[in-house]
Design a protein around this ligand. Structure first.
Ligand code: MG
Length: 346
């Protein structure tokens, strides 16, 4: 090898070692602090934002995936731009073991901040409005701790059941929790659940929460919830609210049963059309259709194709297809307008 060539190669090698210095920015670098405008989540720079990622499973039952390594794997191998920490509240969750369940959420949120992706702190409950005090305490703490980070969303009530009334029960609960959050964090987006497992978004659209940085969660399970729910979502958007599908499945509402490819695709088309962000249910190795992983998949990522279920494969394919470009984006510094040249001839 001649000297010139070897010099050139060592220069290339040295540059490769330096690569992290030139690494692409993260999705949070790119979009920054989010806010809500009409039907859309907006970036700090005026883009409409559509995030796509995975929801973890109930923390008290699948705590093994609440690790920084799993979150890093979801970012790097699955191209997630958002993850959702679903902290179980009842059934042996936060109400029984507040410190242990909160610690799992903190681990995930800290990892997401370090990795530069968005994260949803989800109060995973079906009856939160009947007992708002623990939620108030939890979200006050979270807002005080994380309000300064653009990464964080607060999802204050996963899925209210059919019976409560939006205006009389659910909205007052949301107002109470949002007030607790806003003591510490004036701006990060709050995701509000609606009646009937977060399907009755149009009820909320007709009696909106006053806080401007609020979106409403819409949940669907593709085999069970079809066009009528997309129509309901469209009506809600026509009435001026923004939606976030913080949870959906490719299968039946039970989380199990038949995986419906065609409906799953129709939902993807719908969410892309209206720039609705989403998280898929769920990162779990439970033996059910909606679980993305097969029994025994590691809590620290590194999942091979053989360890990913049919649903996991459908969702991962969509993530790779749609999210990859964001990692290639770098926001160019805004060029300042050139000052007009002085006329030196004067
Ligand atoms: Mg903030």
């Amino acid at each position: 090898m001649n000297k010139l060539k070897s010099c050139f190669l060592s220069a290339v090698f040295a540059l490769m070692l330096q690569a992290p210095l030139f690494a692409q920015g993260t999705v949070v670098d790119y979009y920054g602090q989010l806010s809500v405008k009409g039907n859309y989540i907006m970036s700090q720079y005026g883009d409409t934002v559509q995030l796509r990622g995975m929801s973890l499973f109930w923390s008290q039952w699948m705590g093994q995936y609440y690790t920084p390594e799993a979150i890093k794997w979801l970012r790097d191998d699955w191209k997630c731009t958002v993850v959702r920490a679903a902290m179980g509240v009842e059934s042996g969750g936060y109400l029984t073991n507040p410190d242990a369940e909160k610690a799992k959420v903190i681990k995930v949120v800290d990892a997401a901040i370090a990795l530069g992706i968005y994260v949803i702190i989800d109060y995973h409950s079906h009856e939160a409005h009947t007992n708002p005090e623990p939620a108030k305490k939890f979200f006050s703490e979270m807002a005080e701790k994380y309000g300064k980070y653009p990464n964080v969303f607060y999802e204050i009530y996963n899925e209210p059941l059919k019976e409560p009334n939006w205006s009389k029960d659910l909205k007052p609960y949301a107002d109470t929790i949002i007030k607790a959050i806003r003591q510490y964090d004036p701006d990060n987006i709050v995701i509000v659940g609606t009646r009937q497992w977060s399907q009755m978004v149009n009820e909320a659209a007709q009696d909106k929460i006053k806080d401007p940085n609020t979106v409403y969660t819409l949940h669907y399970y593709a085999t069970t919830h079809r066009k009528w729910l997309r129509d309901e979502a469209k009506r809600a958007m026509d009435n001026g609210i923004a939606l976030f599908v913080s949870e959906y499945g490719t299968c039946e509402a039970s989380g199990d049963g038949k995986l419906e490819y065609k409906e799953t695709q129709l939902w993807y088309d719908f969410m892309d059309k209206y720039k609705i962000s989403w998280c898929n249910w769920s990162v779990a190795d439970k033996e059910e259709t909606s679980a993305a992983l097969k029994p025994g998949a590691s809590g620290t990522g590194g999942w091979t194709d053989e360890q990913i279920t049919e649903s996991g494969k459908v969702v991962k394919k969509e993530l790779l297809l749609k999210n990859t470009p964001i990692f290639a984006l770098q926001r160019k510094p805004v060029k300042k307008a050139k000052a007009p040249k002085e006329n030196k001839k004067k």
